[in-house]
Write a protein that binds this ligand. Structure first.
Ligand code: TA6
Length: 294
């Protein structure tokens, strides 16, 4: 399979390889960055800008199996977010096999485009007719554009999230800046709505959906002395998550001692911000990640 897909390869820059579990993935080794994205779930699993350490976190316990989501990197959550009766948590997109549409090499970096289209299987789980393109550019920045086109005859409404796991030296020393004054749903306190005062610090299980926020967020990682900036376009919600001790222990694909090394900052349109797309229209949600030492 990888050899057939290598018609898209760019010599010395991008090739399709057998990744973990034998799952096909595009490995990028560009001048500006290295990266890896699986066709399974269009799942970005690595991004390492030149001269920097890896920015994305991956669990050493992650499964790499067709029916399971990869733990870490950037799960694509669509067309729903969170649990759903008799269906996969966070939707079916992250456990589907996406088509490799193209690989392009330009000044900004190497862009890999993957495509998921509705079919009778997806319609059995969710009625929308759609094409979903995940356009990932591995460069000095990591840019991820999720392009949702309504290919049906009626409006559709969907939730979507780029559920990004960032690597930090110690989450207990990290701060998340940029959400002060924003209202959030606290999912570890009966979904109460609260107001964020100052920077976010992680002192226990943290699972918050920040509402009506378009701004960039900065993860200040004191342990690694680096700042990760997460900018976005056409996204009205940002989720911040760390499972802490008990929840990490409860997940088979998450090492008991891994939780201090990660934090999720998720670019999304979920809950009241689910996106509605008219027939024939396209909505593009973009996340743009940068990293710098300080
Ligand atoms: O985005 C945070 C969250 O919704 C948490 O509630 C937690 O469930 C996390 O996603 C991971 O979900 P997953 O299905 O990947 O284990």
């Amino acid at each position: 399979m990888a050899t057939d897909l290598n018609r898209h390869a760019i010599a010395g820059v991008a090739e399709v390889v057998g990744g973990q579990g034998g799952l096909p993935a595009v490995r990028v080794r560009g001048a500006a960055a290295e990266g890896l994205v699986y066709l399974h779930g269009a799942h970005v699993a690595a991004w390492k800008p030149a001269g920097m350490e890896e920015v994305l976190w991956m669990s050493a316990k992650s499964a790499f199996e067709p029916a399971k989501a990869i733990r870490g990197g950037v799960p694509v959550c669509f067309p729903w977010f969170g649990p759903k009766k008799d269906a996969a948590v966070h939707g079916f997109a992250r456990v589907a096999v996406w088509e490799l549409e193209s690989i392009r090499h330009a000044a900004a970096g190497v862009t890999v485009a993957l495509l998921l289209r509705s079919n009778e299987v997806t319609r059995g789980m969710w009625p929308g007719d759609f094409s979903l393109r995940h356009r990932v550019t591995f460069g000095a920045q990591l840019e991820m554009a999720l392009e949702l086109t309504n290919t049906g005859g009626a409006a559709l409404t969907a939730e979507e999230a780029l559920h990004t796991y960032f690597a930090v030296g110690d989450v207990r020393q990290a701060r998340v800046k940029g959400l002060a004054g924003v209202t959030y749903v606290d999912k570890v306190d009966a979904a109460k709505q609260k107001l964020q005062e100052g920077d976010i610090t992680i002192t226990g299980e943290t699972d918050r959906v920040y509402l009506n926020t378009r701004g960039a967020v900065v993860i200040e990682d004191a342990a690694k002395r680096r700042r990760i900036t997460v900018g976005k376009e056409n996204s009205l919600a940002t989720v911040v998550w760390n499972p802490w001790i008990a929840k990490a222990k409860a997940m088979a694909d998450f090492g008991d001692d891994e939780w201090p090394g990660m934090i999720c900052v998720e670019t999304c349109n979920v809950g009241p911000h689910a996106v509605s797309v008219a027939a024939g229209q396209t909505h593009v949600m973009t996340a743009r990640v940068g990293v710098a030492r300080y």
